[in-house]
Design a protein around this ligand. Structure first.
Ligand SMILES: O=C(O)CCC(=O)C(=O)O
Length: 276
């Protein structure tokens, strides 16, 4: 434990192998894929004889790319729903994570923002930042406690071809180095030398990569044919004195849209069908 704390303090990250069971991770991935899968069925991309358990990965990915091309609204909405999966949120609250981040110095852990689930691929993005985020520090978007921590969880085995996350060890000791914002990310312009010190962290499903919110990191290049599935959790420390003094500054906005998304829906009979 002391060794991992020392390593974390010095390097700003920890790669913990086989931290979660493969089954727990597989459940989150299955729930995410099922969300898209239901739309594939209703759109006739697949027949109802198909089930999420036996569809092969290539067929699933072809449907995913097709959905992105043919119905962006549906694709984006599925993407939003997967951010709210119960298995995803449950994973983010798992006692093992809370214990580990407590060991790493967070005295009273609190959630900084909702978990995020990524499925990165150039074919699933209209802008580069939606599949590859260049060097950034998460503290700039979180703006929480100084010891805040990010837990990055691969949902599949992720090698360099799939765009393994790249980090700069010890860069948490640079302090806040962001110089502009891109789509909410606090970006860091790297010198040639700093760029050379990026380290790709290949991970397997079940591993976790834990890092300081000040650690500079970026997405690797996904040059494979498959999306890179991962989820990311962020935690603050309610006991950090600077956070207390900053009145628990909170940087995220979350509110419902005002308009009725589906015009003239629901009619009374739609509601009654549910209850009668
Ligand atoms: O996972 C990635 O490739 C980039 C996302 C990221 O670094 C983040 O959410 O802070």
């Amino acid at each position: 434990m002391v060794k991992s704390l020392d390593f974390f303090k010095e390097n700003g990250y920890l790669h913990l192998e086989a931290f979660f069971s493969k089954e727990m991770i597989a459940q989150v991935l299955k729930d995410a894929k099922s969300t898209f899968f239901r739309q594939f069925l209703i759109k006739g991309y697949l027949s109802s004889e198909n089930s999420i358990d036996d569809i092969n990965e290539d067929s699933f990915n072809s449907c995913l790319y097709k959905l992105f091309e043919e119905d962006l609204e549906c694709f984006v909405n599925c993407g939003k729903q997967v951010q709210h999966l119960i298995s995803l949120h449950r994973l983010s609250l798992d006692e093992k994570i809370i214990e580990k981040i407590t060991e790493l110095g967070i005295k009273t852990p609190n959630i900084s923002t909702r978990p995020v689930l990524f499925f990165n691929h150039p074919k699933l993005a209209k802008q580069k930042v939606f599949y590859k985020v260049d060097a950034h520090q998460d503290w700039r978007s979180m703006q929480g406690s100084l010891n805040s921590i990010v837990v990055w969880v691969p949902l599949i085995d992720i090698n360099i071809r799939l765009g393994a996350l790249e980090i700069i060890p010890k860069s948490h000791l640079w302090g806040l180095r962001t110089d502009h914002i891109d789509n909410g990310f606090g970006m860091v312009s790297l010198s040639e030398e700093e760029n050379q010190s990026l380290l790709s962290v290949e991970v397997n499903a079940g591993d976790v990569l834990i890092f300081s919110s000040f650690l500079v990191h970026q997405s690797g290049n996904n040059i494979s044919n498959a999306p890179r599935w991962s989820c990311h959790f962020r935690y603050n420390d309610l006991d950090d004195i600077t956070f207390i003094e900053r009145k628990y500054a909170h940087a995220y906005i979350y509110k419902p849209v005002e308009e009725l998304i589906t015009k003239d829906f629901p009619q009374l009979e739609d509601v009654l069908k549910i209850y009668k």
